[in-house]
Design a protein around this ligand. Structure first.
Ligand code: PMP
Length: 351
């Protein structure tokens, strides 16, 4: 008799280690923004509660229409997901079959290896450059007939580095048209470098480009789980086909639309975080830390074997950062007061 057991390969599935939350500690581990929802977003959430006896709009049509209008794309180019991490999974499911290859730089967003393995596809990890950025030439060279998808995280999580318009354009032009290039722009709203493109411009000329965005970071809705993809109509339709029905809940849809209405105010908060980012990085450089230039709402400490000790030092001071053992630590930019506490602890670590 066959016995019931989970897939044996799940034993080797990398674990997603979420940032910890500890009572009384400052969490700088998950790249959230420090401010809570604006009053207008809170009010929209409260109003939406009145209808939760009803299923949500399974197609998130109102939100798709709103995004399409804002981004100057068609409604059939937009797909909504339960956070952009769900859309990462849906993209792999939509284009990769067993044995197909999905490529990404490493280190990058830690969900990529998980969603690829779950889809029975194979991960091809291309090391970062010595400057902690994506090595697009090496990625191009690693493309094979089996490559179906390439994740390009810009800015890259966890290093914060960016690719320019010219670099991405050259890459996309050189990638075979049967390979889907996924520009993961989760941190786009924190970018100030004018050479970094809005990935949606590439979807206008290339059917094999998809852009991922999220309401979790700049828009401050991480707890509600909503993100979106802009792609060709065929890829966007495939994303909707593989989506778990009704997974994007009604409150998330309404809160996302209310956040778009409040975009000016929310993006102003991002600008304050950017000012803090530059202050924090400058202070760390003055202390002697190596911190790559960052365009996201976090800084990267390439500490190698010292990573875990650094994170423990921070935890002892009630500061939660995100260690990637043997590689480096990522620290989210918080409020000015939180950042001051972190900087004081970083100075102590060197003492
Ligand atoms: N992409 C990147 C690069 C990320 O860092 C994250 C969140 N850490 C996501 C996607 C997923 O974010 P969410 O699912 O909250 O939209």
């Amino acid at each position: 008799m066959p016995s019931l057991a989970p897939r044996p390969d799940l034993d080797s599935l990398p674990k997603y280690v979420p940032g910890r939350t500890i009572q009384g500690a400052i969490k700088l581990a998950s790249n959230e923004v420090p401010g809570g929802p604006l009053p207008s977003v809170r009010a929209a959430i409260t109003d939406a509660m009145a209808d939760v006896n009803r299923y949500p709009d399974a197609g998130s049509l109102a939100l798709r229409q709103r995004l399409a209008a804002d981004l100057d794309v068609t409604v059939d180019q937009v797909a909504i997901g339960c956070g952009s991490v769900a859309l990462c999974q849906q993209l792999v499911q939509a284009v990769c079959g067993p044995g197909d290859e999905a490529m990404y730089a490493w280190r990058s967003f830690e969900a990529y290896p998980i969603v690829v393995q779950v889809a029975h596809a194979e991960s091809v990890k291309v090391p970062l450059t010595s400057g902690h950025g994506l090595d697009l030439d090496a990625m191009l060279a690693a493309i094979t007939d089996r490559t179906k998808l390439v994740f390009v995280c810009n800015p890259n999580n966890p290093t914060g580095t960016v690719l320019t318009r010219d670099e991405i354009a050259r890459f996309i032009d050189a990638v075979p048209s049967h390979v889907l290039v996924v520009l993961d722009e989760a941190y786009k709203e924190f970018v100030t470098d004018a050479d970094v493109p809005d990935g949606i411009e590439f979807t206008r000329t290339h059917d094999n480009v998809a852009v991922l965005r999220t309401f979790s970071k700049a828009y401050g809705l991480a707890g509600l789980r909503v993100g979106y993809a802009v792609a060709s109509p065929a890829i966007a339709e495939a994303l909707r086909q593989v989506c778990v029905t009704f997974s994007v809940n009604a409150i998330a849809q309404v809160a996302a639309m209310a956040s778009l209405d409040a975009a000016d105010e929310l993006l102003e908060r991002c600008r304050e975080i950017v000012v803090e980012r530059e202050r924090v990085r400058t202070a760390l450089l003055e202390m002697g830390y190596e911190i790559p230039p960052t365009q996201a709402n976090f800084v990267w400490f390439p500490l190698g074997e010292r990573t875990v000790a650094f994170a423990e030092h921070m935890l002892d001071r009630k500061l939660i950062v995100r260690p990637f053992a043997g590689d480096g630590a990522r620290v989210t930019i918080g409020t000015p007061e939180e950042n001051d506490q972190f900087l004081a602890a970083a100075r102590e670590y060197l003492a």
